[in-house]
Design a protein around this ligand. Structure first.
Ligand code: ADP
Ligand code: PMP
Length: 260
């Protein structure tokens, strides 16, 4: 058993598996204790024709965190953030990151800047500058998809070179490890993942090719980020093994399960 305790702040859906519904059980299976704060509670994910539910505001996150703190329950080795439903909540997440890092200077913050996919935003556009200016500078690891990496960096990714340029821009913003979970570089059957890590002034970079299943999946990015958290914990100096672990094993199992 590991002594790892994760605070996971992301969405809850009643039906289906995205956000906290998709990461809690896999993290628990891998020996991680998971405390979940739901940033929103929706009937289903936002890709359906409609969704209903509630979006938490800053004050509600503050209240939950204060409760944890008052009982000295805010002891975490990892913070994981994903889908956030509004601007004020995301600004409050910054206070939580700073407070958790004050309590545990070794806390690892893994941020999935969930904003959209395939050229479309599915959160308020006001979240973008907050990620760029306030959240990413505090992140140890970020896992944008291609669209999110492009929005955050301002670089269009259409080759390995432009992916590198985007990741360098995100390093300059403050993220120590950047993983672009998948990108479409024009080959119909292949998705390409990229990773880049800066430690002691040295950058190590990786590229992983994956066979593309001709379907669109929701929730795979959330699971991807959680598995990156686990495998970077187990192999802190080996980005390749961490990304490949998910893409070659979890991804296929998860996706085949969804397809079957
Ligand atoms: N169509 C697909 N074919 C094969 N693997 C996929 C597909 N969609 C997602 N994945 C897997 O899920 C991971 C995360 O998905 P991605 O689409 O990059 O994230 P997001 O859901 O945040 O857009 C990818 O790295 C890949 O391993
Ligand atoms: C409520 C919610 N949570 C999380 C996500 C993120 O899903 P993915 O892992 O596919 O990025 C979505 C995608 N629309 C969503 O609607």
């Amino acid at each position: 058993m590991s002594n790892c305790r994760v605070l996971s702040i992301q969405s809850h859906v009643v039906s289906g598996y995205v956000g906290n519904k998709s990461v809690t059980f896999p993290l628990q299976l891998l020996g991680f204790e998971v405390d979940a704060i739901n940033s929103v509670q929706f009937s289903n994910h936002t890709g359906y024709p409609c969704f209903k539910g509630q979006v938490l505001e800053a004050a509600q996150l503050g209240e939950l965190y204060e409760g944890l703190k008052a009982n000295d329950l805010n002891n975490y080795t990892h913070l994981l953030t994903g889908y956030i439903g509004c601007e004020s909540f995301l600004r409050k997440v910054k206070d939580v990151i700073l407070d958790l890092k004050k309590k545990n200077p070794n806390l690892v913050y893994v941020c999935d800047p969930v904003m959209g996919d395939n050229g479309e935003m599915y959160v308020a556009k006001e979240l973008l500058p907050i990620y760029q200016q306030e959240i990413i500078p505090l992140a140890d690891v970020i896992t944008p998809n291609q669209f999110e990496a492009e929005m955050l960096s301002g670089v269009t990714i259409d080759s390995a070179e432009t992916a590198k340029e985007a990741m360098e821009t995100l390093h300059k913003m403050g993220a120590k490890t950047v993983i672009v979970s998948s990108s479409d570089l024009g080959e119909p059957d292949i998705l390409v993942g990229f990773g880049s890590s800066v430690a002691n002034g040295n950058t190590s970079a990786i590229k992983v090719e994956m066979t593309r299943i001709p379907m669109y999946f929701t929730g795979s990015g959330d699971l991807f980020t959680a598995m990156i958290l686990v495998w970077l914990h187990r192999h802190p100096d080996n980005l390749q093994v961490s990304v490949q672990y998910y893409t070659s094993f979890y991804s296929l199992q998860h996706l085949l399960h969804l397809v079957c």
